[in-house]
Design a protein around this ligand. Structure first.
Ligand code: PHE
Length: 363
């Protein structure tokens, strides 16, 4: 009896303070095969039935009490551990994204998105063509025959190969071959823009061997120069996000359009900066060429298997990189392709920024 009294209190007090490993040690020490309470139980075997009857209940109770205390303490510790884990794993959805977003949308990509959005609003689909072209699509079908001086003017990168039809392969020098690919692939009416990379063997502050153009083509019945002018004016006002954009159409020459028109936009000086828009005749104002265009040449329409007496249209082409420079104020085209992170951080756009004009053209 004395022994039971000596065991109980220290055991229960140890249990009440134990952590999980200590608790297991106590369990082994008291209730294990050679534990103190187990030893006590074993002494019952050597007692007389009377003594056993007297002592057994107290020992059994001690064993039950200790086992129960251990289980209660274990449950408490398990619950506390779970609470701690839940607190540590708590996820605060109001915190900013980590790590901070890196990188940015390149101005060329941004401008391509803006252009696609503007022209989508005007009912133009986006068409594409291969960057590795043949000389029929890039030149011949566009009314630039072998002997035409315009071929020499294009600083073309030629491949040594010819294709199955004996056509010379080249890197397209403009997006105009997509006009041909579109007209030969699907019947009019046609309203497309064709953005993409083009290549010319040329390099200085305003020329890179690869750059971006966007082509526009409309083929339908009864299309005339007025449609061209309205489309370009609407597009340029939307793109530069100002109403006071003035256009000047100058007669020009492209083999694939007749008549051909070069388009200038007026610029002016605002807060010491040159901006597109405003009064080109004002102090330090002037005109800047932004587009080549014209009515699609009947020979081009015929080369695509269409009857030029029935179908007419207009086409235009412009440099995307140059449009980006004019709108966002860069002055060296080469920086577009340097991959300099500082430049990209300064001029790039955030991925979630919506391109201009979500309100729509003419809104
Ligand atoms: N392809 C011409 C160029 O690269 C631009 C252009 C396109 C002109 C369509 C007229 C019509 O300069």
């Amino acid at each position: 009896m004395i022994e039971i009294g000596h065991l109980r209190d220290p055991l229960l007090s140890d249990i009440s303070r134990a952590d999980l490993p200590a608790l297991e040690a106590i369990r082994v020490r008291a209730l294990g095969k050679s534990g103190s309470i187990t030893a006590l139980l074993k002494t019952l075997g050597g007692l007389s039935p009377e003594e056993r009857q007297e002592k057994a209940p107290a020992i059994q109770r001690l064993r039950a009490d200790v086992a129960e205390a251990i289980e209660a303490r274990r449950a408490l510790l398990d619950a506390a551990a779970l609470d701690a884990r839940l607190a540590a794993e708590k996820f605060d959805m109001t915190l900013p994204v980590a790590p901070a977003p890196q990188g940015s949308v390149h101005p060329v990509s941004q401008v391509l998105d803006e252009l696609a959005e503007i022209f989508a609003d005007l009912g133009f689909a986006v068409a594409t063509g291969p960057e590795i072209e043949d000389d029929w699509h890039n030149f011949t079908a566009l009314n630039i025959p072998e002997t035409h001086p315009a071929r020499a003017m294009h600083d073309t990168f030629y491949f040594p190969d010819v294709d199955a039809e004996g056509r010379r392969m080249l890197l397209r020098t403009h997006t105009s071959p997509v006009q041909i690919r579109t007209m030969t692939a699907s019947p009019p009416p046609i309203r497309i823009i064709a953005p993409g990379r083009v290549y010319r063997s040329d390099s200085d502050a305003t020329h890179t061997p690869m750059f971006h153009q966007i082509e526009g083509l409309v083929i339908d019945r009864g299309i005339h120069l007025g449609h061209l002018r309205w489309t370009l004016e609407t597009f340029l006002k939307a793109f530069f996000e100002r109403e006071d954009i003035v256009l000047r159409l100058r007669p020009s020459y492209f083999p694939f359009t007749e008549p051909s028109v070069e388009v200038d936009v007026g610029f002016s000086i605002e807060k010491g900066r040159r901006v597109i828009g405003g009064d080109p005749e004002g102090p330090n104002g002037g005109w800047m060429e932004v587009l080549g265009s014209g009515m699609v040449h009947p020979k081009v329409i015929a080369a695509c298997g269409l009857d030029p007496a029935e179908w007419q249209g207009f086409a235009f082409g412009t440099g995307v990189d140059r449009l980006a420079m004019l709108k966002y104020g860069m002055d060296d085209l080469r920086a577009f392709f340097d991959g300099d992170l500082r430049w990209l951080r300064h001029y790039g756009f955030r991925a979630l920024d919506v391109p201009t004009l979500s309100g729509g053209v003419g809104a």
